[in-house]
Write a protein that binds this ligand. Structure first.
Ligand SMILES: NC(=O)C1=CN([C@@H]2O[C@H](COP(=O)(O)OP(=O)(O)OC[C@H]3O[C@@H](n4cnc5c(N)ncnc54)[C@H](OP(=O)(O)O)[C@@H]3O)[C@@H](O)[C@H]2O)C=CC1
Ligand SMILES: O=C(O)C1=N[C@H](C(=O)O)C[C@H](O)C1
Length: 257
């Protein structure tokens, strides 16, 4: 039995995670963390009497094996650091950590021998999109990324779009970006080593990404859509046992599939 603590348990992803953990016979929910939690209003949150509730990082005392984090970009690093320092294997879905923060966590995880997983996206369609985009970029290096998310998303670009750009960058080498004078500031989007990223935020959307490749007289578009947050849970379910036995911090679901 793998004992699990869910950080950000009251959020959209946190609630999906609580249900997934409760429904999996190999997992046991032992802890739930969200700042300023109101203990009087926990009905319907999927927490049984055995789940310890925490409203502050410094109060957390738990025998959890795995820490699942779906919180906010500003909290992900401190939460994961806390988990590793306390021997709890992190499974981090929260976006927005910097490369330096990820490197620092990887070093800490290696020092402590407490591994885990950071996954920019737990959805199979997004993992495949990144893989296919990396392959396509070897042959079609002219590429731009458009990601579309719900209006409540705190960070831009999405972790998935940034990760896609990094994977493409690994194979496409130095390649010129078409130059155009912006008559409207920012209209050409963000820039990762010459790869343009465009972030759309609209109500009604959940999480979607298109990678557009252009070539001489032809184009290729790779697109994925996450229509329901439940779609991320297969990946989280795979990540929990993998994290529990990991001795280093792995980045990317594709590395454990
Ligand atoms: N890797 C993946 O596959 C996926 C990643 N995500 C990422 O997961 C994160 C959460 O997304 P989502 O559930 O939609 O967001 P929500 O805003 O719905 O949930 C975030 C929750 O985290 C809580 N929270 C805030 N600060 C802390 C903290 N310091 N510690 C613990 N909990 C905290 C919030 O509480 P309060 O509201 O009280 O502030 C809120 O309940 C985002 O970064 C998102 O990009 C989302 C989907 C898939
Ligand atoms: O905020 C979201 O919703 C999502 N965030 C992740 C990201 O930043 O890539 C994963 C997925 O796109 C949903």
């Amino acid at each position: 039995m793998i004992k699990v603590l869910v950080a950000g348990f009251m959020g959209s992803m946190g609630q999906k995670t609580v249900s997934m953990v409760n429904e999996n016979d190999n997992f046991e929910l032992v802890g739930a963390y969200s700042p300023n939690v109101d203990v009087a209003h926990m009905q319907g949150m999927g927490l049984n009497d055995n789940v310890k509730l925490f409203g502050d990082l410094k109060d957390i005392q738990t025998d959890a094996d795995v820490w699942i984090d779906f919180t906010i970009p500003a909290a992900a690093f401190e939460n994961a650091k806390f988990a590793i320092e306390h021997g709890i294997h992190p499974v981090v879905g929260t976006s927005g950590m910097s490369d330096d923060q990820v490197s620092e966590l990887q070093k800490l995880a290696a020092d402590k021998g407490v591994g885990g997983i950071i996954a920019p996206n737990f959805g199979l369609s997004a993992v495949l999109l990144m893989k296919f985009a990396k392959e396509a970029a070897k042959y079609m290096p002219d590429v731009e990324i458009i990601e579309m998310h719900h209006a409540d998303k705190l960070d831009a670009p999405s972790g998935t779009a940034l990760s896609t750009a990094k994977m493409i960058d690994e194979v496409r080498g130095n390649h010129p970006t078409p130059k155009s004078d912006e008559t409207l500031s920012g209209v050409r989007g963000g820039d990762y080593n010459g790869i343009k990223i465009h972030s759309v935020r609209l109500p009604g959307y959940i999480a979607h990404e298109q990678v557009l490749f252009g070539g001489k007289g032809e184009a290729l578009t790779i697109r994925q859509d996450s229509f329901d947050r439940g779609s991320f849970m297969n990946g989280v379910e795979i990540a929990v046992p993998a994290a529990a036995k990991a001795t280093k911090l792995i980045v990317g679901l594709e590395n454990i599939l």
